[in-house]
Design a protein around this ligand. Structure first.
Ligand code: ADP
Ligand code: MG
Length: 588
């Protein structure tokens, strides 16, 4: 969108954060403009154009704004700055550095630089003179908190270029020229470590995006064992308030096999967001021994920020994810909660007086959500390397109703469903993921099945199917016992019920706050599943159902102790022997 002169407009209407601007020239959908507020300028985005009226959503409070004020259009869309120094930052949805602000909240009209302009980075060239390059090609790299941060040909540059020169190894700021490339017409273009990209457009500087197939270990048993997500996969966690969505996302952030973690803390209560800011910097990174925050970026918006800023935050987070994916890194992207994002869309849609869809959400809600989830994925870059964005969003369905529009739309977009169950949360069975309603569509992919059999073991999928079957049969048996009473059903029903309790207690339940149990690596998940199935397959002799339940409680207790014991420790071996002993008492 190249224009010689800036288009100018004048405010003709104000409906809360929606402002109507009469313009004197062309404007584009999603173009950024600045409203000349009496004290400072307010940033806004064009969301609708009719004739010479532009409807703009203002990213800040419009308090005190008056009709007749001048508006300047910027010739570009809402963009983020991409360069080294993004990790360990806390940004808002417009990439303002929250640490440069007073408290968590921006003063109106305050915009800060997202990057450090003074810092010098240790540059190492990767491209050389005469190399043919295009958008996304790696020119060099700098270490960013222990991660190789690749400096790339800007994604906006179309076509092919020839490298004319690359600066030698050394210390440079993000604004220093690090490479010069020549286009096919012979024009030289100087490149720095910084580029800009519009957040609502996907970065597609890769070769291809096949279906994802590699398991992404999260360390959470009920996910990895029963319904795994894959590198570049998508999943969502719907759950009523207080069922553990945030705790679960944080657990995943800590232990998942990702290089980079990006968290969009979106529209939750302000104190929850403050909690992340205080909690995350303290967390040890189990993978590097450094701090988790060093490979994390948090994009925060609280419910007291204007809706437009909330909407921008998920796109900003995704764009940062795409940037790091283009460097060949494994990115884990979390959004909590996407319902607040959808509510922002609803508010704007209502102000625009668009024809509403179900529950007042925009008619195209499903398309918007699907479009967003589709930006995740596993890619082969042009140089043959791979990168991925695994995306997991939470949904807070009003009243726990899974038929509401945001949950329904998200179900169409995401391949894994981790439904949090109120009853499980009430009885402190954490994580409260319902094992029977939840699913992973990836388990149906032959390439995922092959990957699992190759990397975890030949019999793995069979064992997983056995566990799921036991859970299902246990639930059925429990329903019968509830109807007919403990004495009204055969002993076998109790055995079925207790076998599912065994899987629940040992595999599904996991203590996020225990040092050992919080993270369960795959070899350990496999071992525990085998132990549990071994119990379920034995024929024990019982006098009556009380005898049977006491026996199972003892078994579950020992196996839980094993979950709490360090891997390959004496303590673990001791409990293992104990388990054998208890079982032997009852074997006939
Ligand atoms: P939500 O985000 O769904 O509203 P939270 O993630 O904030 O819910 O969890 C609410 C509370 O439930 C937590 O403060 C914690 O006490 C408890 N909780 C949730 N998940 C777990 C877990 N995995 N282990 C132990 N306690 C948990
Ligand atoms: Mg929460």
């Amino acid at each position: 969108m190249e224009r010689k002169n800036k288009t100018i407009g004048v405010v003709t209407g104000i409906i809360s954060n929606l402002v109507i601007v009469k313009v004197d020239g062309p404007v584009a959908q999603n173009e950024i403009c600045f409203i000349r507020h009496p004290e400072n300028k307010l940033m806004a985005e064009v969301i609708k154009i009719t004739g010479d009226n532009a409807y703009v959503q203002v990213f800040e409070s419009t308090r005190g704004l008056k009709i007749g004020v001048q508006v300047e259009f910027e010739n570009h869309l809402l963009e983020v700055s991409l360069g080294p120094g993004i990790l360990s930052r806390n940004y808002d949805g417009l990439q303002n550095d929250l640490d440069k602000m007073d408290g968590v909240f921006l003063k109106r009209g305050d915009y800060t630089d997202p990057l450090n302009r003074e810092k010098k980075w240790d540059w190492k060239p990767l491209a050389k003179k005469d190399d043919k390059v295009k958008a996304g090609s790696w020119l060099g790299e700098v270490p960013e908190n222990g991660m190789p941060h690749r400096i790339m040909v800007p994604f906006k540059m179309d076509g092919e270029y020839t490298v004319k020169s690359v600066v030698p190894e050394g210390a440079y700021t993000v604004d220093d020229v690090v490479a010069t490339v020549t286009d096919t017409d012979g024009n030289d273009i100087e490149l720095t470590m910084v580029q800009k990209w519009p957040v609502k457009m996907a970065i597609t500087a890769y070769n291809n995006k096949p279906r994802p197939f590699k398991l992404l270990e999260t360390g959470i048993r009920t996910m990895d064992t029963l319904n795994p997500i894959v590198e570049g996969g998508t999943g969502f966690i719907p759950g009523p308030f207080g069922t553990g969505k945030t705790v679960l996302q944080h657990a995943i952030s800590k232990f998942a096999e990702a290089d980079i973690v990006i968290i969009a803390a979106c529209g939750e209560r302000a104190n929850e967001v403050v909690e992340i800011f205080t909690e995350f910097p303290e967390l040890e990174d189990p993978r590097t021994g450094r701090k988790l925050i060093e490979r994390t970026t948090i994009i925060a918006n609280t419910s007291n920020m204007p809706v437009a800023a909330r909407e921008a935050s998920v796109y900003t987070a995704m764009t940062l994810g795409e940037y790091y994916r283009s460097m060949g890194l494994k990115v884990l992207l979390m959004a909590d909660s996407t319902s607040r994002w959808a509510q922002a869309l609803r508010e704007m849609s209502n102000r625009l007086e668009e024809l509403p869809g179900p529950d007042g959400f925009p008619m195209d809600l499903t398309a918007i959500i699907s479009g967003f989830y589709a930006r995740a994925g596993f890619v082969y870059l042009n140089n043959g390397e791979t990168g991925s964005i695994t995306f997991i969003g939470t949904v807070s369905p009003a009243g726990g109703n899974l038929k509401e529009p945001v949950t329904e739309s998200t179900r169409k977009a995401a391949r894994c469903f981790y439904g949090l169950n109120q009853d499980r949360a009430d009885s402190k069975r954490y994580p409260a993921i319902d094992p029977i309603d939840s699913y992973s569509k990836y388990l149906e992919y032959p390439e995922v099945q092959n990957y699992l059999m190759e990397h975890i073991g030949e019999g793995w999928l069979e064992n997983v199917a056995k566990a799921k079957n036991l859970l299902l049969r246990g639930r059925e048996a429990m329903e019968q016992i509830n109807i007919l009473g403990d004495d009204g059903v055969p002993l076998e029903f109790h055995e079925r019920f207790w076998n599912s309790e065994l899987i629940d207690g040992v595999i599904l339940q996991q203590d996020s706050f225990d040092e050992v149990d919080a993270n369960c690596p795959m070899p350990r998940q496999k071992y525990m599943l085998e132990k549990v199935l071994n119990v379920s397959e034995k024929k024990f002799a019982f006098e009556n159902f009380e005898d049977l339940s006491n026996f199972f409680k003892r078994i579950i207790n020992v196996l839980k102790q094993m979950n709490y014991s360090e891997w390959e420790s004496d303590k673990l071996k001791k409990h293992e022997a104990e388990l054998e002993e208890i079982m032997n008492e009852r074997l006939n």
